[in-house]
Design a binder for this molecule. Structure first.
Ligand code: CO
Length: 180
């Protein structure tokens, strides 16, 4: 089932997500939620999606940087193939190093694409979809995606990282209900 994606400035996006109690997770419910998140992300043409974006205040996000999308000349999707879906439950970014700047967008801030500076490399622990505890070092695009999605769990959006003037312009346009 495709879920509704909340848009800035919805105050729900500012809530800090709750951690899962891993030992008492309802696995069937979790599996269904991950399926819904996947469907929502793929059909919205996103590479990452965090639970708070669909109105669920839980510490979970998904990322798939290897999707194959075939488009027609108007940008419509002809075919979509899932790549490598990663599920992060209760993630913790242990450390970050280096710096990398790249253009980011967000399904909750439609139409806005801006350069943001992040760590180039992060070390993160999390539980995967099988509730196995994992620890990885991610670099470049994966590091950027993890930091972007993890921010959602803290009630932060990528536009918070922009210079104040730029952020104000974006905020005003959204408050007026205009699309950029
Ligand atoms: Co986002």
């Amino acid at each position: 089932m495709k879920l509704e994606v909340l848009h800035f400035p919805n105050p729900f996006l500012r809530k800090k997500a709750e951690k899962y109690e891993i030992s008492s997770i309802d696995r069937e419910k979790l599996r269904q939620f991950i399926r819904d998140m996947q469907e929502t992300m793929y059909s919205s043409n996103g590479v990452g999606l965090a639970a708070p974006q669909v109105g669920v205040s839980k510490s979970l996000f998904i990322i798939d940087l290897d999707q194959k999308v075939e488009r027609d000349e108007d940008g419509g999707i002809i075919s979509h193939q899932a790549g490598n879906l990663m599920v992060f439950i209760n993630p913790v970014i242990l450390s970050g190093e280096g710096s990398i700047k790249s253009e980011e967008g967000c399904l909750s801030v439609p139409g806005v694409y801006e350069d943001v500076k992040r760590f180039k490399k992060v070390e993160v622990t999390y539980f995967d979809e099988n509730l196995e505890e994992c620890r990885i070092v991610a670099e470049d695009m994966m590091a950027i995606a993890i930091q972007h999605e993890n921010d959602h769990l803290d009630g932060k959006l990528f536009i918070d990282l922009l210079p104040t003037v730029k952020k104000t312009v974006i905020k005003n346009k959204f408050l007026k209900g205009k699309t950029l």
